[in-house]
Design a binder for this molecule. Structure first.
Ligand code: CS2
Length: 489
Protein backbone atom coordinates (compact mmCIF):
# COMPACT_ATOMS: atom_id res chain seq x y z
CA UNK A 1 0.00 0.00 0.00
CA UNK A 2 1.19 3.53 -0.80
CA UNK A 3 0.62 6.71 1.17
CA UNK A 4 -2.07 8.78 -0.53
CA UNK A 5 -5.29 10.62 0.05
CA UNK A 6 -7.45 7.54 -0.20
CA UNK A 7 -5.37 5.65 2.34
CA UNK A 8 -5.04 8.21 5.11
CA UNK A 9 -7.64 6.43 7.23
CA UNK A 10 -5.77 3.17 7.03
CA UNK A 11 -2.77 4.43 8.95
CA UNK A 12 -2.41 3.56 12.62
CA UNK A 13 -4.24 6.13 14.72
CA UNK A 14 -1.03 7.35 16.41
CA UNK A 15 0.13 8.92 13.15
CA UNK A 16 -0.82 12.57 12.95
CA UNK A 17 -2.40 13.66 9.69
CA UNK A 18 -3.78 16.87 8.13
CA UNK A 19 -6.42 18.26 10.47
CA UNK A 20 -8.25 20.04 7.65
CA UNK A 21 -10.04 19.34 4.42
CA UNK A 22 -7.32 19.48 1.78
CA UNK A 23 -9.85 19.98 -1.02
CA UNK A 24 -10.55 23.45 0.36
CA UNK A 25 -6.94 24.59 0.33
CA UNK A 26 -5.71 26.86 -2.46
CA UNK A 27 -2.10 27.80 -3.26
CA UNK A 28 -0.71 31.04 -1.85
CA UNK A 29 2.98 30.16 -1.71
CA UNK A 30 5.40 29.02 -4.38
CA UNK A 31 8.45 27.45 -2.81
CA UNK A 32 11.69 27.13 -4.80
CA UNK A 33 13.95 24.25 -3.71
CA UNK A 34 11.66 21.43 -2.65
CA UNK A 35 14.23 19.61 -0.55
CA UNK A 36 13.96 17.77 2.75
CA UNK A 37 14.66 20.90 4.78
CA UNK A 38 11.66 22.81 3.45
CA UNK A 39 9.41 19.81 3.93
CA UNK A 40 10.52 19.30 7.53
CA UNK A 41 10.52 22.97 8.49
CA UNK A 42 8.43 25.64 6.74
CA UNK A 43 5.89 23.20 5.30
CA UNK A 44 5.14 21.87 8.79
CA UNK A 45 4.45 25.41 10.01
CA UNK A 46 2.19 26.04 7.01
CA UNK A 47 0.44 22.74 7.73
CA UNK A 48 -0.38 24.16 11.18
CA UNK A 49 -1.58 27.41 9.63
CA UNK A 50 -3.87 25.47 7.30
CA UNK A 51 -5.23 23.54 10.27
CA UNK A 52 -5.87 26.90 11.91
CA UNK A 53 -8.16 27.91 9.03
CA UNK A 54 -5.81 29.89 6.75
CA UNK A 55 -7.08 28.13 3.62
CA UNK A 56 -5.40 30.29 1.00
CA UNK A 57 -1.80 29.44 1.87
CA UNK A 58 -1.17 26.02 0.39
CA UNK A 59 2.26 25.42 -1.15
CA UNK A 60 3.29 24.70 -4.72
CA UNK A 61 6.82 23.32 -4.56
CA UNK A 62 9.37 23.66 -7.34
CA UNK A 63 12.54 21.67 -7.74
CA UNK A 64 14.89 23.68 -9.91
CA UNK A 65 16.51 20.69 -11.61
CA UNK A 66 15.85 17.21 -10.38
CA UNK A 67 12.52 15.46 -10.95
CA UNK A 68 13.12 13.06 -8.03
CA UNK A 69 10.94 14.77 -5.41
CA UNK A 70 8.07 15.34 -7.82
CA UNK A 71 8.29 11.74 -9.04
CA UNK A 72 8.19 10.49 -5.46
CA UNK A 73 5.43 12.73 -4.17
CA UNK A 74 3.01 13.23 -7.09
CA UNK A 75 1.78 9.59 -6.99
CA UNK A 76 0.98 10.03 -3.28
CA UNK A 77 -1.04 13.27 -3.69
CA UNK A 78 1.99 15.20 -2.38
CA UNK A 79 1.43 13.82 1.08
CA UNK A 80 4.60 12.84 2.93
CA UNK A 81 5.72 11.91 6.42
CA UNK A 82 7.85 13.91 8.81
CA UNK A 83 9.56 11.52 11.23
CA UNK A 84 10.68 13.34 14.37
CA UNK A 85 13.47 11.37 15.97
CA UNK A 86 14.74 11.49 19.51
CA UNK A 87 16.50 9.04 21.78
CA UNK A 88 13.10 8.29 23.35
CA UNK A 89 11.49 7.33 20.06
CA UNK A 90 10.03 8.58 16.79
CA UNK A 91 6.83 10.51 16.14
CA UNK A 92 5.27 10.50 12.69
CA UNK A 93 3.20 13.16 11.10
CA UNK A 94 1.76 13.25 7.59
CA UNK A 95 1.89 16.77 6.16
CA UNK A 96 -0.66 18.01 3.64
CA UNK A 97 0.52 21.57 2.99
CA UNK A 98 2.19 20.72 -0.30
CA UNK A 99 -0.50 20.80 -2.98
CA UNK A 100 1.50 20.36 -6.13
CA UNK A 101 5.07 20.20 -7.39
CA UNK A 102 6.82 21.21 -10.55
CA UNK A 103 10.26 20.69 -12.03
CA UNK A 104 11.49 24.07 -13.17
CA UNK A 105 13.94 22.70 -15.70
CA UNK A 106 11.13 20.86 -17.53
CA UNK A 107 8.71 23.77 -17.89
CA UNK A 108 10.36 27.00 -16.83
CA UNK A 109 7.80 29.27 -18.48
CA UNK A 110 4.95 27.47 -16.70
CA UNK A 111 6.63 28.05 -13.34
CA UNK A 112 7.07 31.76 -14.10
CA UNK A 113 3.35 31.87 -14.98
CA UNK A 114 2.47 30.23 -11.71
CA UNK A 115 4.61 32.66 -9.74
CA UNK A 116 2.89 35.52 -11.54
CA UNK A 117 -0.57 34.32 -10.45
CA UNK A 118 -2.09 36.99 -8.17
CA UNK A 119 -3.10 34.25 -5.71
CA UNK A 120 0.61 33.64 -5.02
CA UNK A 121 1.64 36.13 -2.39
CA UNK A 122 4.82 34.59 -1.03
CA UNK A 123 7.72 33.02 -2.91
CA UNK A 124 9.93 31.26 -0.43
CA UNK A 125 13.30 29.66 -1.09
CA UNK A 126 15.61 26.95 0.16
CA UNK A 127 17.99 26.54 -2.75
CA UNK A 128 21.16 26.23 -0.59
CA UNK A 129 23.91 28.82 -0.43
CA UNK A 130 25.13 28.18 -3.94
CA UNK A 131 21.66 28.54 -5.46
CA UNK A 132 21.75 32.32 -5.32
CA UNK A 133 24.52 32.69 -7.93
CA UNK A 134 26.31 35.19 -5.75
CA UNK A 135 29.71 35.65 -4.16
CA UNK A 136 29.19 34.77 -0.49
CA UNK A 137 32.10 36.96 0.57
CA UNK A 138 30.66 40.16 -0.86
CA UNK A 139 26.98 39.26 -1.15
CA UNK A 140 26.88 40.47 -4.77
CA UNK A 141 25.32 38.73 -7.75
CA UNK A 142 27.95 36.82 -9.73
CA UNK A 143 27.24 38.29 -13.15
CA UNK A 144 29.49 35.73 -14.78
CA UNK A 145 27.70 32.74 -13.29
CA UNK A 146 26.67 30.59 -16.29
CA UNK A 147 23.03 30.43 -15.13
CA UNK A 148 22.89 34.20 -14.72
CA UNK A 149 24.38 34.70 -18.18
CA UNK A 150 21.80 32.27 -19.53
CA UNK A 151 18.87 33.85 -17.72
CA UNK A 152 19.71 37.40 -18.71
CA UNK A 153 19.55 36.23 -22.28
CA UNK A 154 16.39 34.11 -22.00
CA UNK A 155 14.35 35.37 -19.10
CA UNK A 156 11.21 33.69 -20.41
CA UNK A 157 12.81 30.33 -19.59
CA UNK A 158 15.11 30.90 -16.64
CA UNK A 159 17.29 28.38 -14.80
CA UNK A 160 18.41 30.12 -11.63
CA UNK A 161 16.44 31.07 -8.54
CA UNK A 162 17.16 34.78 -8.98
CA UNK A 163 16.20 34.40 -12.65
CA UNK A 164 12.79 32.92 -11.76
CA UNK A 165 12.11 35.63 -9.22
CA UNK A 166 13.02 38.46 -11.58
CA UNK A 167 11.08 36.88 -14.46
CA UNK A 168 7.97 36.44 -12.31
CA UNK A 169 8.18 39.92 -10.83
CA UNK A 170 8.67 41.41 -14.30
CA UNK A 171 5.58 39.56 -15.48
CA UNK A 172 3.53 40.76 -12.51
CA UNK A 173 4.62 44.32 -13.13
CA UNK A 174 3.67 44.07 -16.81
CA UNK A 175 0.24 42.71 -15.84
CA UNK A 176 -0.32 45.28 -13.09
CA UNK A 177 -0.19 42.66 -10.34
CA UNK A 178 1.33 43.58 -6.99
CA UNK A 179 4.59 41.82 -6.15
CA UNK A 180 4.97 38.89 -3.76
CA UNK A 181 7.12 38.66 -0.68
CA UNK A 182 10.44 36.92 -1.30
CA UNK A 183 11.13 34.80 1.75
CA UNK A 184 14.65 33.39 1.82
CA UNK A 185 15.03 30.43 4.18
CA UNK A 186 18.67 29.63 3.53
CA UNK A 187 21.60 30.12 5.89
CA UNK A 188 23.01 33.20 4.19
CA UNK A 189 24.27 36.21 6.08
CA UNK A 190 21.45 38.79 6.29
CA UNK A 191 19.52 36.46 4.00
CA UNK A 192 16.64 38.79 3.09
CA UNK A 193 18.86 41.79 2.42
CA UNK A 194 21.30 39.64 0.49
CA UNK A 195 18.60 38.19 -1.75
CA UNK A 196 17.10 41.64 -2.27
CA UNK A 197 20.50 42.85 -3.42
CA UNK A 198 20.99 39.87 -5.72
CA UNK A 199 17.51 40.17 -7.22
CA UNK A 200 17.66 43.94 -7.76
CA UNK A 201 21.17 43.70 -9.22
CA UNK A 202 19.94 41.00 -11.57
CA UNK A 203 16.85 43.00 -12.53
CA UNK A 204 18.94 46.12 -13.17
CA UNK A 205 20.88 44.23 -15.83
CA UNK A 206 17.56 43.92 -17.68
CA UNK A 207 15.88 47.19 -16.81
CA UNK A 208 16.57 49.96 -14.32
CA UNK A 209 12.84 50.65 -13.95
CA UNK A 210 12.08 47.02 -13.12
CA UNK A 211 14.84 46.98 -10.54
CA UNK A 212 13.52 50.17 -8.96
CA UNK A 213 9.96 48.80 -8.92
CA UNK A 214 11.16 45.66 -7.13
CA UNK A 215 13.15 47.71 -4.62
CA UNK A 216 10.13 49.92 -3.96
CA UNK A 217 7.34 47.40 -3.76
CA UNK A 218 8.53 43.82 -3.08
CA UNK A 219 9.71 42.87 0.40
CA UNK A 220 12.48 40.49 1.41
CA UNK A 221 12.16 39.76 5.12
CA UNK A 222 15.20 38.24 6.79
CA UNK A 223 14.62 34.89 8.46
CA UNK A 224 16.44 32.58 10.79
CA UNK A 225 15.53 28.97 10.14
CA UNK A 226 16.63 26.09 12.28
CA UNK A 227 15.95 22.39 12.23
CA UNK A 228 18.43 19.60 11.64
CA UNK A 229 17.29 17.50 8.68
CA UNK A 230 19.65 14.74 7.53
CA UNK A 231 19.27 13.11 4.16
CA UNK A 232 16.67 10.33 4.07
CA UNK A 233 18.14 6.85 3.68
CA UNK A 234 16.67 3.57 2.49
CA UNK A 235 16.60 2.36 6.09
CA UNK A 236 14.61 5.48 7.04
CA UNK A 237 12.07 4.74 4.32
CA UNK A 238 11.68 1.18 5.60
CA UNK A 239 11.25 2.34 9.18
CA UNK A 240 8.58 4.83 8.16
CA UNK A 241 6.79 2.19 6.08
CA UNK A 242 6.70 -0.07 9.11
CA UNK A 243 5.21 2.69 11.27
CA UNK A 244 2.64 3.80 8.68
CA UNK A 245 1.92 0.29 7.44
CA UNK A 246 2.23 1.74 3.94
CA UNK A 247 5.06 3.08 1.75
CA UNK A 248 6.00 6.70 1.59
CA UNK A 249 8.47 7.14 -1.28
CA UNK A 250 10.16 10.11 0.35
CA UNK A 251 9.61 10.79 4.03
CA UNK A 252 11.83 13.34 5.77
CA UNK A 253 13.76 12.77 9.00
CA UNK A 254 14.26 15.41 11.61
CA UNK A 255 14.76 16.30 15.28
CA UNK A 256 12.18 17.59 17.81
CA UNK A 257 13.65 21.11 17.83
CA UNK A 258 12.40 23.65 15.33
CA UNK A 259 12.74 27.42 15.18
CA UNK A 260 11.75 30.06 12.67
CA UNK A 261 12.32 33.74 13.31
CA UNK A 262 10.95 36.07 10.64
CA UNK A 263 10.89 39.82 10.10
CA UNK A 264 7.31 40.90 9.82
CA UNK A 265 7.55 42.65 6.45
CA UNK A 266 5.19 40.94 4.02
CA UNK A 267 4.26 42.77 0.83
CA UNK A 268 0.99 40.94 0.26
CA UNK A 269 -0.14 39.40 3.52
CA UNK A 270 0.85 36.22 5.29
CA UNK A 271 -0.71 33.32 7.13
CA UNK A 272 -0.96 33.49 10.91
CA UNK A 273 2.62 32.37 11.43
CA UNK A 274 2.74 33.42 15.08
CA UNK A 275 -0.10 31.03 15.91
CA UNK A 276 2.05 28.27 14.42
CA UNK A 277 5.02 29.10 16.64
CA UNK A 278 6.98 31.44 14.38
CA UNK A 279 8.72 34.33 16.15
CA UNK A 280 7.88 37.55 14.28
CA UNK A 281 10.41 40.25 15.02
CA UNK A 282 11.47 43.59 13.58
CA UNK A 283 15.15 42.62 13.23
CA UNK A 284 16.33 39.06 12.68
CA UNK A 285 20.03 39.89 12.54
CA UNK A 286 21.04 38.99 16.10
CA UNK A 287 19.19 35.64 15.92
CA UNK A 288 20.64 34.86 12.55
CA UNK A 289 24.20 35.60 13.62
CA UNK A 290 23.64 33.58 16.77
CA UNK A 291 22.53 30.60 14.76
CA UNK A 292 25.19 30.85 12.03
CA UNK A 293 28.07 31.45 14.41
CA UNK A 294 27.06 29.00 17.12
CA UNK A 295 25.15 26.18 15.43
CA UNK A 296 26.42 26.22 11.87
CA UNK A 297 30.00 27.15 12.74
CA UNK A 298 30.42 24.30 15.19
CA UNK A 299 28.52 21.99 12.83
CA UNK A 300 31.05 22.72 10.09
CA UNK A 301 33.97 22.33 12.51
CA UNK A 302 32.63 18.92 13.57
CA UNK A 303 31.94 17.99 9.96
CA UNK A 304 35.45 18.65 8.58
CA UNK A 305 37.49 17.54 11.54
CA UNK A 306 35.12 14.68 12.40
CA UNK A 307 35.19 13.41 8.83
CA UNK A 308 39.00 13.53 8.78
CA UNK A 309 39.07 11.66 12.09
CA UNK A 310 36.96 8.93 10.50
CA UNK A 311 33.57 9.70 12.09
CA UNK A 312 30.55 9.08 9.89
CA UNK A 313 27.92 11.13 11.67
CA UNK A 314 27.72 14.17 13.91
CA UNK A 315 26.37 12.03 16.75
CA UNK A 316 29.38 9.67 16.40
CA UNK A 317 31.71 12.66 16.45
CA UNK A 318 30.02 14.04 19.57
CA UNK A 319 30.60 10.74 21.35
CA UNK A 320 34.29 11.62 21.35
CA UNK A 321 34.63 13.97 24.33
CA UNK A 322 37.41 15.94 22.65
CA UNK A 323 35.18 16.72 19.70
CA UNK A 324 32.25 17.62 21.95
CA UNK A 325 34.62 20.00 23.69
CA UNK A 326 35.74 21.35 20.31
CA UNK A 327 32.14 22.23 19.40
CA UNK A 328 31.70 23.95 22.76
CA UNK A 329 34.94 25.85 22.23
CA UNK A 330 33.95 27.09 18.77
CA UNK A 331 30.76 28.40 20.36
CA UNK A 332 32.71 29.99 23.18
CA UNK A 333 34.93 31.84 20.72
CA UNK A 334 31.94 32.96 18.67
CA UNK A 335 29.66 33.93 21.56
CA UNK A 336 31.58 37.09 22.47
CA UNK A 337 31.03 38.42 18.94
CA UNK A 338 27.25 38.37 19.43
CA UNK A 339 25.04 41.11 20.81
CA UNK A 340 21.69 39.66 21.71
CA UNK A 341 18.42 41.31 22.67
CA UNK A 342 17.77 41.34 26.37
CA UNK A 343 16.40 38.11 27.72
CA UNK A 344 18.31 35.83 25.33
CA UNK A 345 20.01 33.06 27.27
CA UNK A 346 23.04 32.27 25.15
CA UNK A 347 24.48 29.66 27.47
CA UNK A 348 21.21 27.72 27.49
CA UNK A 349 21.17 27.97 23.71
CA UNK A 350 24.72 26.63 23.50
CA UNK A 351 23.92 23.77 25.84
CA UNK A 352 20.85 22.87 23.79
CA UNK A 353 22.96 22.79 20.61
CA UNK A 354 25.38 20.29 22.12
CA UNK A 355 22.44 18.09 23.07
CA UNK A 356 20.90 18.36 19.63
CA UNK A 357 24.20 17.43 17.95
CA UNK A 358 24.47 14.37 20.18
CA UNK A 359 20.95 13.11 19.29
CA UNK A 360 21.70 9.41 18.71
CA UNK A 361 18.53 8.88 16.65
CA UNK A 362 19.65 11.23 13.86
CA UNK A 363 22.06 9.88 11.30
CA UNK A 364 23.49 13.20 10.08
CA UNK A 365 26.56 12.51 8.02
CA UNK A 366 29.66 14.65 8.45
CA UNK A 367 30.08 14.36 4.69
CA UNK A 368 26.67 15.97 4.09
CA UNK A 369 27.48 19.02 6.21
CA UNK A 370 30.95 19.26 4.70
CA UNK A 371 29.41 20.04 1.31
CA UNK A 372 29.74 23.49 -0.23
CA UNK A 373 32.18 24.78 2.36
CA UNK A 374 33.34 27.57 0.07
CA UNK A 375 29.82 28.97 0.28
CA UNK A 376 29.45 28.46 4.02
CA UNK A 377 32.76 29.51 5.60
CA UNK A 378 32.31 33.29 5.37
CA UNK A 379 29.08 33.55 7.35
CA UNK A 380 29.80 30.62 9.69
CA UNK A 381 33.45 31.05 10.65
CA UNK A 382 35.14 34.01 9.01
CA UNK A 383 32.84 36.73 10.34
CA UNK A 384 33.45 35.72 13.94
CA UNK A 385 37.21 35.48 13.28
CA UNK A 386 37.23 38.99 11.85
CA UNK A 387 35.31 40.33 14.86
CA UNK A 388 37.66 38.62 17.30
CA UNK A 389 40.75 39.88 15.50
CA UNK A 390 39.34 43.41 15.67
CA UNK A 391 39.30 42.99 19.42
CA UNK A 392 42.71 41.31 19.58
CA UNK A 393 41.24 38.03 20.77
CA UNK A 394 42.76 34.65 19.86
CA UNK A 395 41.13 32.62 17.09
CA UNK A 396 42.78 29.23 17.53
CA UNK A 397 39.66 27.02 17.53
CA UNK A 398 38.13 28.72 14.53
CA UNK A 399 41.50 28.50 12.79
CA UNK A 400 41.52 24.76 13.36
CA UNK A 401 38.06 24.49 11.82
CA UNK A 402 39.19 26.45 8.76
CA UNK A 403 42.30 24.29 8.56
CA UNK A 404 40.02 21.23 8.70
CA UNK A 405 38.18 22.58 5.67
CA UNK A 406 41.51 23.12 3.89
CA UNK A 407 42.66 19.60 4.62
CA UNK A 408 39.28 18.30 3.46
CA UNK A 409 39.24 20.14 0.12
CA UNK A 410 42.61 18.69 -0.84
CA UNK A 411 40.28 15.75 -1.65
CA UNK A 412 42.52 13.18 0.06
CA UNK A 413 41.90 11.92 3.57
CA UNK A 414 44.48 11.02 6.18
CA UNK A 415 44.79 7.50 4.75
CA UNK A 416 45.35 8.86 1.26
CA UNK A 417 41.91 7.83 0.03
CA UNK A 418 39.97 10.19 -2.23
CA UNK A 419 37.27 12.34 -0.65
CA UNK A 420 34.20 13.03 -2.77
CA UNK A 421 34.29 16.80 -2.27
CA UNK A 422 31.05 18.48 -3.34
CA UNK A 423 31.57 22.17 -3.75
CA UNK A 424 31.15 24.60 -6.65
CA UNK A 425 34.85 25.46 -6.22
CA UNK A 426 35.99 21.84 -5.71
CA UNK A 427 38.11 21.68 -8.87
CA UNK A 428 39.77 25.05 -8.28
CA UNK A 429 40.53 24.19 -4.64
CA UNK A 430 41.89 20.74 -5.48
CA UNK A 431 44.14 22.23 -8.17
CA UNK A 432 45.56 24.74 -5.67
CA UNK A 433 46.10 21.91 -3.21
CA UNK A 434 47.88 19.78 -5.80
CA UNK A 435 50.17 22.63 -6.68
CA UNK A 436 50.97 23.45 -3.04
CA UNK A 437 51.45 19.87 -1.90
CA UNK A 438 50.76 18.63 1.64
CA UNK A 439 52.76 21.41 3.26
CA UNK A 440 50.88 23.76 5.56
CA UNK A 441 53.18 26.72 4.84
CA UNK A 442 52.26 26.50 1.15
CA UNK A 443 48.73 25.14 1.21
CA UNK A 444 47.30 27.57 3.76
CA UNK A 445 48.42 30.74 1.95
CA UNK A 446 47.33 29.29 -1.41
CA UNK A 447 43.79 28.66 -0.16
CA UNK A 448 43.63 31.88 1.86
CA UNK A 449 44.29 33.61 -1.45
CA UNK A 450 40.91 32.46 -2.83
CA UNK A 451 39.25 35.85 -2.48
CA UNK A 452 35.78 34.53 -3.35
CA UNK A 453 35.91 32.80 0.03
CA UNK A 454 38.23 34.87 2.19
CA UNK A 455 38.16 38.35 0.69
CA UNK A 456 40.67 40.75 2.28
CA UNK A 457 40.67 38.69 5.48
CA UNK A 458 42.83 36.10 3.72
CA UNK A 459 45.72 38.57 3.81
CA UNK A 460 45.43 39.36 7.52
CA UNK A 461 48.74 38.23 9.09
CA UNK A 462 47.30 36.97 12.39
CA UNK A 463 44.73 34.89 10.55
CA UNK A 464 47.34 33.48 8.19
CA UNK A 465 49.53 32.57 11.08
CA UNK A 466 46.79 30.87 13.10
CA UNK A 467 45.40 28.91 10.15
CA UNK A 468 48.85 27.85 8.93
CA UNK A 469 49.80 26.66 12.41
CA UNK A 470 46.55 24.70 12.75
CA UNK A 471 46.96 23.12 9.33
CA UNK A 472 50.54 22.21 10.25
CA UNK A 473 49.23 20.38 13.30
CA UNK A 474 46.61 18.58 11.21
CA UNK A 475 49.32 17.28 8.91
CA UNK A 476 51.70 16.43 11.73
CA UNK A 477 49.26 14.82 14.18
CA UNK A 478 46.10 13.98 12.26
CA UNK A 479 42.67 15.41 13.08
CA UNK A 480 41.98 13.35 16.17
CA UNK A 481 45.17 14.38 17.97
CA UNK A 482 45.05 17.94 16.71
CA UNK A 483 41.57 18.36 18.18
CA UNK A 484 42.69 16.82 21.43
CA UNK A 485 45.68 19.17 21.60
CA UNK A 486 43.46 22.16 20.82
CA UNK A 487 40.82 21.45 23.47
CA UNK A 488 43.43 20.63 26.10
CA UNK A 489 45.36 23.84 25.44
C1 CS2 B 1 24.16 22.14 8.35
C2 CS2 B 1 22.78 22.79 8.30
O1 CS2 B 1 24.39 21.04 6.29
C3 CS2 B 1 24.75 22.00 6.96
O2 CS2 B 1 25.60 22.78 6.57
O3 CS2 B 1 24.99 22.89 9.16
O4 CS2 B 1 22.00 22.26 7.31
C4 CS2 B 1 22.07 22.66 9.66
O5 CS2 B 1 21.73 21.33 9.93
C5 CS2 B 1 20.84 23.53 9.71
O6 CS2 B 1 21.17 24.84 9.40
C6 CS2 B 1 20.18 23.43 11.07
O7 CS2 B 1 19.17 24.37 11.16
Amino acid sequence: MRLGHANLDRMPSAIRRPAYDRSLITPGIVHLGLGAFHRAHQAVVIDDCLAGGDNAWGIVGASLRSPDTRDALAPQDHLYTVAVRAAEGTQHRVVGALLDSVVAREKPAALVERMADPAIRIVSLTVTEKGYCHTPQSGDLDERHPDVVHDLDSLDAPRSAPGFIVAALARRRALGIAPFTVLCCDNLAANGHTVQRIVTQFAALRSKELSQWIADTATFPCTMVDRIVPETTRADRDAVAAALRMRDAWPVMTEPFTQWVVEDRFAAGRPDLAAAGVELVSDVKPFELMKLRLLNASHSALAYLGFLAGYETIADTMQDPHFARLAAQVMEEAAVTLTMPEGTDLSAYRASLLKRFANPALHHRTWQIAMDGSQKLPQRLLGAMQDRLARNLPIATHALAVAGWMRYVTAFDEQGRTIDVRDPLAAELAALAREAGPVAERLAPALLGVTKVFGPLGAEPRLREAVTAALGRLYAEGARRAVETQVSA
